[in-house]
Write a protein that binds this ligand. Structure first.
Ligand SMILES: Cc1cc2nc3c(=O)[nH]c(=O)nc-3n(C[C@H](O)[C@H](O)[C@H](O)COP(=O)(O)OP(=O)(O)OC[C@H]3O[C@@H](n4cnc5c(N)ncnc54)[C@H](O)[C@@H]3O)c2cc1C
Length: 390
């Protein structure tokens, strides 16, 4: 029987779990990270899943020496963000207004995950077990004993669930969730466009859901079309040429002529774990809290979990001194409660405010947009919050 020992055992080597593994091992903490699948390989065309990563997250990725692994040709900086419902009531955010040249970058999720995995080899303190799955786990009050499907037994002081929204670890740790499905689905569309505004992200709010555009490298772009599940199903059934026409007729002004290359539909779920921690275990990323993606904040919030938990573990020296992790875990829970609650509430508030066709409310929200656009201070504070620098 192959027996491995570590300080921290992480299940889930997505962007969040892999970032935590790197940050901890940089400080000499012994980490084993388990995932049941390898990242999706990079292809010629951009992958369908892309994300806007904000300024604060990029700074953290630089700190753990990951950002430089992504060739600059494949990460697209953005410095403008335009949002509107009525075009006469646009809010335009500029990176310059908060003293930055960029708000962040847009990158394919698999490219970022692969860059994180590539860095694992630089650390003797990280062991990657992939593809592997958990068979059983047992806590003796001091250490976890986990058995994987390949027969490997792992003994660890701390267990982390970074295995995403449908976390198996969260269930096994006995942590419940509160959540619901939004009455919206998201259609992701990878397109080539002949009208490309470099560095500008935009989002149009409609009563059925927002439509956002993330510019990628070259003339590629990612359109995120949110609507009722019924409407998204109708769009999904259209032959490709008709769907292209539908996109062009709706967004001709913004995108010009387009060519559709890839499409996927994702259901939207809001979820929040009752607790971020339990005896000897903790959750990070989507396993702890998943959001509606309309504000593109899931990875940013998950990386803040990583920053908080890693700082607390490193500074407490619990592994060197073999002292209890309980206090560190309680501090981690406290440090994350307010941030995740506030972010989820802001996003839900936006969802409820815009997800209806009531005329007085429509007028009110567009007046609010006009007021925000005219208030330099308010706009600056909103942007700072979105970029993680407030
Ligand atoms: C349409 C859409 C657009 C988005 N856009 C943005 C954006 O622009 N900006 C942003 O910041 N966020 C965005 N997000 C949110 C972001 O994608 C998520 O918050 C983020 O991917 C969560 O990362 P994670 O590592 O916690 O979970 P995941 O990405 O789900 O990774 C979980 C990992 O765990 C592994 N795993 C799962 N189960 C097991 C198991 N039992 N054993 C071992 N391994 C397991 C999986 O293989 C995977 O590698 C968006 C989300 C959606 C749906």
């Amino acid at each position: 029987m192959n027996k491995l020992f570590c300080d921290v055992l992480i299940f889930g080597a997505g962007i969040i779990g892999a970032s935590l593994a790197l940050r901890l091992s940089q400080s000499g903490i012994k980490v084993i990270i388990v995932d049941y699948k390898h990242p999706i390989p990079i292809k010629k065309k951009p992958h369908i899943r892309v994300a806007a990563i904000n300024y604060a997250s990029i700074e953290f990725l630089r700190e753990i020496n990951v950002w430089k692994k992504i060739p600059s040709d494949f990460c697209t900086p953005y410095h403008h963000l335009e949002v509107w419902e009525w075009s006469s009531a646009k809010v335009i955010f500029h990176a310059m207004s908060v003293g930055l040249s960029k708000m962040g970058y847009i990158v394919e999720n698999n490219r970022l995950q692969l860059a994180l995995w590539e860095n694992f080899i630089n650390f003797k303190t990280i062991t990657l077990c992939c593809p592997s799955m958990l068979i059983s786990m047992y806590y003796d009050g001091c250490d976890w004993r986990c058995i994987l499907d390949n027969g490997v037994v792992i003994i660890s002081r701390l267990l982390i669930g970074a295995d995403g929204m449908h976390s198996q670890i969260r269930k096994k740790l006995g942590i419940g969730v509160i959540g619901w499905k939004y009455h919206q689905c998201c259609m992701l569309l990878t397109i080539e466009t002949d009208k490309y505004k470099h560095g500008t992200l935009w989002q149009i709010f409609t009563p059925y859901g927002p439509i956002g555009f993330l510019p990628l490298y070259s003339h590629w772009g990612s359109l995120m079309w949110y609507n009722t599940p019924k409407r998204i199903q109708e769009l999904q059934k259209l032959p490709i040429e008709m769907l292209e026409k539908e996109i062009e007729s709706n967004f001709q002004k913004q995108l010009g002529n387009i060519k559709l290359h890839n499409m996927a539909v994702v259901p939207l779920i809001r979820q929040r774990a009752h607790e971020y921690v339990t005896t000897g275990g903790a959750l990070v990323g989507d396993a702890a809290c998943s959001l509606h993606p309309l504000a593109g904040q899931g990875i940013n919030l998950g990386l803040r979990d990583v920053i908080s938990l890693s700082q607390l573990l490193i500074h407490s020296r619990v592994f060197e001194e073999r002292s209890s992790v309980s206090e560190v875990l309680i501090s981690y829970q406290k440090s994350r409660e307010y941030d995740s609650f506030l972010m989820q509430s802001c996003i839900d508030w936006l969802y409820v405010l815009f997800h209806n066709n009531c005329l007085p409310l429509k007028i009110a929200r567009n007046i609010t947009f006009m007021a925000v656009e005219r208030s330099y201070y308010l706009k600056k504070q909103i942007l700072k919050y979105a970029l993680g620098i407030l």
